[in-house]
Ligand binder design. Structure first.
Ligand SMILES: NC(=O)c1ccc[n+]([C@@H]2O[C@H](COP(=O)([O-])OP(=O)(O)OC[C@H]3O[C@@H](n4cnc5c(N)ncnc54)[C@H](O)[C@@H]3O)[C@@H](O)[C@H]2O)c1
Length: 259
């Protein structure tokens, strides 16, 4: 492959979960700017419909799909809608997530299970319906959004409590087992561990100046991620440039996972 085509994703279709906000929405914008079409999947239809309108208004190919990634039938239907509309899927960005702040002692079983359902079962669900398509076409890119929470257990006064890191660690294990099994079909499965990034999920951090300052002082880069700062790694793991990269977690975190 010519060097200048390594990062080329034009004509590809990306299935982006949690596309209605934050990291997923920024990634969807990056995918279309790089020439791909996007299936915008979110539990809140109004969020992805607004993004669909924005992207189509700029001449890009986008389809809003309402789905609950924690629900297998809902994901099955979403995959069918994307394939019917675009004809194929080449990339899946498993990004939808839920971040509770309770500990095992405070948590009800329902909340614990919900966290795992949204963060982990979701990847099981998309994998079940998208990996067979990837296998059949002989290529496919899976990018899973984990977190620095798999390597940083104490962010100063603000501990990331039990459930969320446990669910993100499960994503890493799933990333590695799927990568090992599906590599022979021309499929790559990798993960990204973002540090703090402005989104709905981190509103409590960004609306508290003192808290953001304390976090920033701990990060070697002395600041949280800037909007769009995950996109380079997302596009890399979604393109041929990463065809020999399997089961890796790339931390995009200003160095906080080094502490
Ligand atoms: N923002 C950060 O600092 C940060 C850091 C590390 C990892 N992450 C991870 O990045 C991912 C994206 O988070 P974000 O910060 O952009 O959050 P966000 O809350 O801004 O966006 C998440 C999106 O996922 C959607 N979603 C939630 N549950 C869903 C479900 N069951 N089905 C379909 N869609 C659902 C939400 O509606 C929302 O639009 C998550 O997996 C999160 O754990 C975020």
């Amino acid at each position: 492959m010519a060097q200048n085509q390594l990062f080329d994703i034009s004509g590809k279709v990306a299935f982006v979960t949690g596309a209605g906000s934050g990291i997923g929405r920024d990634a969807a914008r990056a995918y279309v700017e790089a020439g791909a079409a996007v299936a915008l999947v979110d539990i809140y239809p109004e969020r992805v419909e607004a993004l669909e309108e924005e992207l189509r208004g700029k001449g890009y190919k986008a389809l809003a799909i309402q789905a609950d990634v924690a629900n297998e039938q809902s994901v099955k239907h979403a995959v069918e809608q994307a394939v019917e509309y675009f004809g194929h899927i080449d990339i899946v960005l498993n990004n939808a997530g839920f971040c509770p702040s309770d500990s095992v002692e405070e948590f009800g079983e329902l909340e614990w299970n919900h966290t795992f359902a949204v963060n982990v079962n979701s990847i099981r669900n998309t994998s079940k319906y998208i990996l067979p398509l990837f296998r059949e076409q002989g290529h496919g890119k899976v990018v899973n959004i984990a977190s620095i929470a798999v390597s940083v257990y104490n962010t100063g006064k603000y501990f990331l409590k039990d459930t969320y890191p446990a669910s993100k660690a499960a994503i890493v294990a799933l990333t590695k087992t799927l990568a090992a099994r599906y590599a022979k079909y021309g499929i790559t499965v990798n993960a990204i561990g973002p540090g703090t990034y402005k989104s709905r999920m981190t509103e409590a951090v960004y609306s508290n100046e003192q808290r953001l300052k304390e976090y920033s002082e701990r990060v070697p880069a002395q600041r949280p991620a800037l909007p769009g700062e995950l996109n380079g790694t997302i596009l890399y793991l979604s393109s041929s440039a990463s065809d020999y990269v399997q089961g890796q977690v790339i931390f995009v975190d200003g160095g906080i996972s080094l502490l």
